[in-house]
Write a protein that binds this ligand. Sequence first.
Ligand code: ADP
Length: 436
Amino acid sequence: MKASLAKEVNRIAGLITLAAVAALAVGHIWPLLAGLVGYIFWSTRQLFALYSWLVRDDHTEPPDSIGLWGEFYTRLEHLFQKERRAQETLQGIIHRAQQSVNALEDVVILIDQHGYLEYWNLSAERYMGFNAGQDLGQPLTNLVRHPRFTDYLHEGDFKEPLEIPSPVDDNRILQFRVTEFGVGEQLIMARDVTRLHHLEQMRKDFVANVSHELKTPLTVLKGYLETLLDTVPEEQARLRRALSQMESQSNRMEALVTDLLLLSRLENTDADNDRQAVAVHGMLNRMRENALAISADKQHVIELEVPDDARLVANPAELESAFGNLITNAVKYTPANGHIRINWWQDDKGAHLSVTDNGLGIDPAHIPRLTERFYRPDNSRVTQTGGTGLGLAIVKHVMIRHGGRLEIKSQLGQGSTFTCHFPIDRLVNKPTAVAG
Ligand code: ADP
């Protein structure tokens, strides 16, 4: 470039010298002027040629030129070539990425920060019914109108996946996962879990059916055992002991069957059946009385702090089950003369029920798994208390069905606090009377 610049300077200097000599020879300035005008005219033509070449789309075959202008064109053409190659490479990458995303069996959808569709793959057309010609730029919730899907996106809590039927085929179950990226954009992936769903449903049906079928034989067995216990004379102590053990084990089995049936009902029925404004004070008061009766000789102190007007929109039977399990557990796992506190309070987040005891407590390492069916941190407790191992699983399900959650805090040997958190939309009386 430097050499071409020097040549161009030489060319201009030569032209001026020539024009000056000519001007001196003819004794007039016009040869000098003609030289300058000529140079300006030529340069302007080059500029125009450059402009029309630049505004062309292809930028190949630059106009012929000499000197600095020629060098200019060659360099610009190289630059354009480089950019073209980079663009082609990029387009190739995008094309391959699109091809592989299209080959995926899973649905892939991209939406912008306003929830409008930006991109989807072929599986999305198959499973979601999206139409390439019409749906680009449409709000996703206009195309997938399932209320649970709309709520899921609206609430923005994507820790757990969502399962709903495909918008184009009710028999196909899709599991959605949402990943947020960029500024409010979302990558939504869905996969077909119909088979898993059916297997899960078969498992649930099996448990429900077995539990149901066990009910009748158990009732018959229990009836006979009761009659036998009434008729076997006191002198036959060994037989009586055996019969009473059989009776207590059949009671335990009955409790198991009842809890299993309750759990399958919680899993299989619509969460919103039998919604009522439940008077919590009366319910908890009754439960306190029951707990005192179960405590009996253990002489627990059971305190209750609930505002008289506490009301919750809930399914009363489910609520009773959940609260009952927590309070019974507190009695079961707190040694004699222990303290149990039942508190109810409301705040701007919702309503809360806590059951605190100063009993055996639980090693915090077990807490994350405590609501799993039959999970017990300490099996020796089972034989002592005769629980079913399903109580906390029931509480967790009831809480999920009420849009709430169960929080567990405990230390081994120092007691536990189980708190049920209900969302604000479940409150009948907004937070005024606060206690606890
Ligand atoms: P279970 O029928 O065994 O009581 P749950 O599901 O109600 O079944 O409880 C699971 C386990 O959690 C219990 O076996 C017990 O070890 C522990 N647990 C529950 N509540 C308490 C509590 N208040 N204090 C100490 N441990 C508890």
